[in-house]
Design a protein around this ligand. Structure first.
Ligand SMILES: [Zn+2]
Length: 440
């Protein structure tokens, strides 16, 4: 448990399993009562699955409800453009628009009412509290405020809890670092990729980030915050603690890291019912085995997801955490997206695994892995940029090849490219490219 009472976890995050399940069931009943007959998407979905909601009498009965996929929601929006029919209230009540940052197909359009948006921000307050961020802290958001939900909700939540927020959209990395130097924030909120990018630019500018005021970097949007090697590079480079978090636009902020247990993410089970399913059979995954996270959000009643397949593959841990929270944890963060896996010469390869390996070679500043899906065996190759004066680029590239060979058993060509050749990212990185036509 934390010694400082300010950062004690709220009682709602420390319930016994029975208390939590009771609370979840009460709120599930409220949610189902609210959507039944008003939310056309779910009303029709339950009807066509032959489910009578009066049969949902315990939390276990949730499994009687059909699973929801992103594809279904996308098809609904395509059939009833632009918003689809998954809304519990009249459209005039919706005041916020965001969209998913999907790499395949059109983005999902997601609307919130003032109440459902407040719930999203409340979930973010849990993230900040667990990260020991609150009144008196200044938070810099070096992020272009587009339609991606994550940092908007973090920004609103931070103002609600009394922190001072500094938006830093529409600026170059150099200008953002000058702003950081001027306003002296304690916290920076960005993607792990962008934390590394700022580090690289700061070094080129001769700025020493470890002597800055920044003590915490809250990362989101990518899995890097829970990849040990990536996290280590950010923490060493900034001289600050990384706090990871994970969420989806259509779901909300579903997990967060506590100060006491780095590298694991508490599921916010006060606001979500989380199931773990075996992706092959759709049955509950065995204890300790990786499975797909399936989520029902309990407070976003105006635009809910019910038994939603996140495609995130995670491993759960239910042993007590030293912070005192009884919320289960995702061990090691999101292991992969179910959609992202590619088979390279018979070996299943996830982008997260490649990043974890390449980042072990700390001289690498940026990289890109490419899968050539036009070749029958799906060949993988990696390009790396090497930090100036840290070693011969060819030697560093060979080291990356060796690390990948040892871990995956794959001989992968790795070539060093000139500094600044590879794309840099502010939001979701695209370091894993699958070429599926000859002219890509
Ligand atoms: Zn904890």
């Amino acid at each position: 448990m934390t010694g400082d009472p300010r950062w004690a976890p709220p009682p709602s995050e420390c319930l016994s399993s029975d208390e939590r399940r009771h609370q979840q069931f009460v709120r599930l009943t409220e949610l189902l009562g609210a959507v039944d007959g008003t939310n056309r998407f779910y009303t029709e979905k339950f009807l066509s699955a032959g489910v009578n909601l009066s049969e949902i009498r315990t939390l276990e009965d949730l499994a009687r409800l059909p699973l929801t996929t992103k594809q279904e929601l996308a098809s609904d929006q395509a059939a009833t453009p632009p918003w689809g029919t998954a809304h519990t209230e009249p459209l005039t009540r919706y005041t916020r628009y965001h969209q998913t940052s999907s790499t395949t197909g059109p983005p999902l359009r997601w609307l919130d009412t003032p109440e459902s948006w407040r719930w999203v921000a409340d979930c973010w307050r849990s993230v900040f509290h667990a990260a020991r961020i609150g009144i008196g802290d200044t938070i810099l958001f070096p992020f272009g405020f587009g339609p991606f939900l994550g940092f908007w909700s973090a920004f609103d939540a931070a103002t609600q809890l009394g922190a001072r927020v500094v938006p830093a959209g529409g600026m170059s990395s150099e200008t953002r670092l000058k702003l950081l130097d001027a306003v002296a924030p304690e916290v920076v909120c960005c993607t792990p990729t962008y934390a590394l990018r700022l580090l690289e630019v700061a070094r080129a500018m001769g700025l020493d980030l470890p002597i800055s005021t920044v003590r915490t970097i809250v990362v989101a949007g990518e899995p890097g915050g829970s990849i040990d090697a990536t996290r280590w590079q950010i923490e060493q480079g900034w001289g600050a603690r990384v706090i990871d978090h994970h969420g989806l636009t259509e779901v909300g902020p579903v997990s967060f890291e506590c100060w006491e247990h780095p590298g694991a993410l508490h599921l916010n089970e006060t606001q979500f019912i989380c199931e773990l399913l075996d992706p092959g059979s759709d049955r509950p995954a065995a204890e300790g085995e990786p499975g797909e996270l399936v989520v029902t959000n309990l407070g976003r009643i105006a635009s809910p997801v019910i038994r939603y397949r996140t495609r995130d593959i995670v491993r759960l841990r239910s042993t007590p955490c030293t912070c005192g929270r009884t919320l289960r944890q995702i061990e090691g963060g999101v292991l992969s997206r179910a959609d992202d896996m590619v088979c390279v010469r018979g070996v299943n390869v996830y982008p997260v695994a490649i990043e974890a390996l390449v980042r072990q070679v700390t001289q690498v500043t940026e990289f890109r892995s490419t899968v050539n899906a036009t070749s029958p065996l799906h060949e993988l190759s990696i390009e790396v940029e090497v930090a100036p004066t840290t070693g011969e680029p060819e030697t560093v590239a060979a080291r990356v090849g060796q690390v990948v060979q040892e871990a995956l058993g794959l001989t992968v060509p790795v070539c060093a490219v000139d500094a600044g050749t590879l794309p840099r990212f502010e939001l979701k990185s695209r370091r894993f490219v699958v070429k599926d036509s000859a002219d890509d």
